[in-house]
Design a protein around this ligand. Structure first.
Ligand SMILES: [Zn+2]
Ligand SMILES: [Zn+2]
Length: 164
């Protein structure tokens, strides 16, 4: 697996650095072998966390049906962190992904915000469900279900865009 490692890691990517615990500014709240959770540097609500995979995946548009379980695991880590902070009412929680070109960092990250009614009005537009910019976990799941089953070749190398 050692040779795979470098291809899944982008040294210019701040979230890859965080995933490797190499960013001193960022306090990791929760992590496991696959995922890392930390506070959004620019919080739009009293609770605003990001969950990222350690693997460098560009965005939700890079995902297909085979990633549904990854998205589910990211969601459970996000809700677990909220529970630890005393937030258990899921109606108070907004979970979703920014879609390109509306992404700030080109490394897949799940936004976990709560409580919904306290999302700052100046940032609301960035987190409004089912807009061009923001897609909720539930609708991403539906989109991924419609994607074709994985082809023989996996696309880990960023070579897959229009280079056929
Ligand atoms: Zn990255
Ligand atoms: Zn984002």
């Amino acid at each position: 697996m050692a040779s795979d490692e470098s291809e899944k890691y982008d040294e210019t990517c701040i979230f890859c650095l965080i995933a490797k615990n190499q960013d001193k500014e960022t306090e990791v709240i929760k992590q496991n072998e696959e995922l890392v959770c930390f506070r959004d540097i620019c919080p739009a609500a009293p609770h605003h966390y990001l969950v990222i995979p350690r693997e460098h995946i560009h965005s939700c548009r890079s995902l297909s049906r085979e990633h549904i379980h990854l998205v589910e695991r990211m969601t459970s880590m996000g809700t677990a962190v909220l529970k630890e902070q005393g937030i258990t009412n899921m109606e108070e929680v907004r979970l979703g992904f920014h879609q390109p070109p509306f992404i700030s960092v080109g490394h897949l990250h799940l936004h976990v915000l709560a409580p919904v009614r306290k999302i700052s009005t100046c940032f609301e537009y960035k987190f409004t469900p089912e807009t061009d910019s923001f897609v909720t976990v539930e609708s991403l799941r539906k989109k991924l279900l419609k994607t074709a089953p994985p082809a023989g070749i996996r696309c880990n190398f960023g070579k897959c865009f229009g280079l056929s």
